[in-house]
Write a protein of this length. Structure first.
Length: 362
């Protein structure tokens, strides 16, 4: 181009010199010369015939942190998915890509990479232009993946027990051994022992044992313990031993061995009489770890075992062998039946943190 301009300028100069040096006195008309101008970067450069020239489109694929992405798939298409412009390639080790011999006009770049969201950018390529796509326009964001997490039966049971350990009548009295979820997951042996331990060390349990010991002392029940602080301490110890032994044997040890669930499953539906009979029956039947109803051997045998063991620490004059054993067992079963009736008709209304649905499900 510079050579053409130079030659034409020389011609113009010669014409001028010839005209000024002529002595013939005649004038010669000058022929106008058109000097083409180079197009600016990014402009619509053309050939002498007005034809648009192809260009290149290049860039570097990076993620949001600016790190290059090797092997990302880069697809070039024209406006309105012009198939004549369609090209596709993979970014090299430095994340670079380059499309050559691209026809001028609107284009679209689509980038896909494993683990990242699809990214799209658009632009306009001018004639003979080397278009460099800004890296910010190509920053590929991490893809959002919806992961469905399935809890194991043990994990579901653990979550349900956490809810049960927050159940307190009037927000005070422990109400751990009732499930308001009809199809609650079976407890593992570990959970059965943890729930028993949580129950017997609860401060309210200690207060209730202390109150029972006070009533026995006031009535001089088990007179062999005597009166005063020593007598009260012995009654407290005996009552607490009954609670601990009965809870662990009937709600942890035997349920683990026999694979039975020590909890009361709230019914809440049906007629009053059907719910009453259901509550009474649950002192003698229970759900197994297989979720089938079966005789509540854990509760019945546990009451007998606790009654038999009480002969070891009650006063000699108050021990009557099997009489004391069956008496304590009957008291335990009767108390369990009464507790179930209260659970079915009263205690739910007084328990503020009762789950409305299965906590393992959203």
């Amino acid at each position: 181009m510079a050579l053409i301009l130079k030659s034409r300028l020389i011609v113009v100069a010669l014409f001028t010199l010839g005209w000024t040096s002529s002595c013939l006195g005649q004038t010669a008309p000058l022929t106008p010369v058109t000097v083409p101008q180079p197009h600016a970067a990014g402009g619509m450069g053309t050939t002498s015939s007005g034809e648009l020239l192809p260009g290149t489109i290049s860039g570097t694929v990076v993620d949001q942190s600016g790190a290059v992405l090797t092997g990302a798939r880069v697809k070039l298409t024209g406006a309105r998915d012009n198939q004549s412009l369609r090209q596709e390639l993979s970014a090299d080790e430095g994340g670079h890509f380059s499309f050559v011999n691209v026809a001028p006009g609107p284009f679209e770049i689509t980038i896909t990479a494993t683990g990242f969201a699809t990214q799209t950018t658009t632009g306009i390529l001018h004639s003979a232009e080397n278009y460099i796509v800004p890296s910010t326009a190509l920053a590929v964001s991490a893809a959002r993946t919806n992961v469905e997490v399935s809890l194991t039966q043990t994990e579901v049971a653990e979550e349900q027990v956490k809810i049960e350990e927050k159940q307190r009548v009037l927000g005070i009295v422990p109400n751990f051994y009732v499930s308001y979820i009809p199809d609650a997951a079976p407890l593992t042996s570990k959970l059965k022992f943890e729930l028993a331990a949580r129950s017997v060390v609860d401060p309210v349990t200690l207060l209730m044992v202390g109150g029972a010991a006070g009533v026995e002392q006031a009535q001089n029940h088990f007179s062999g313990y005597g009166q005063g602080a020593e007598g009260y301490g012995k009654r407290f110890g005996a009552n607490y031993a009954d609670a601990v032994i009965g809870t662990f044997i009937g709600s942890a040890i035997l349920p683990s061995i026999l694979k039975q669930d020590p909890r009361y499953f709230y019914k809440g539906t049906g007629s009053t009489s059907s719910r009453f009979l259901y509550a009474i029956a649950n002192a003698f039947i229970c759900k197994g770890d297989n979720r089938r109803w079966q005789p509540n051997y854990s509760n019945m045998v546990g009451s007998l075992a606790a009654g038999a063991m009480s002969n070891l620490y009650y006063p000699k004059q108050n021990r009557n062998g099997w009489g004391l054993t069956f008496e304590n067992a009957a008291i335990g079963l009767g108390a369990g039946a009464l507790s179930n009736v209260l659970q079915e008709f009263v205690l739910k209304k007084l328990t503020p943190k009762v789950p409305k649905s299965d906590p393992s499900r959203p």
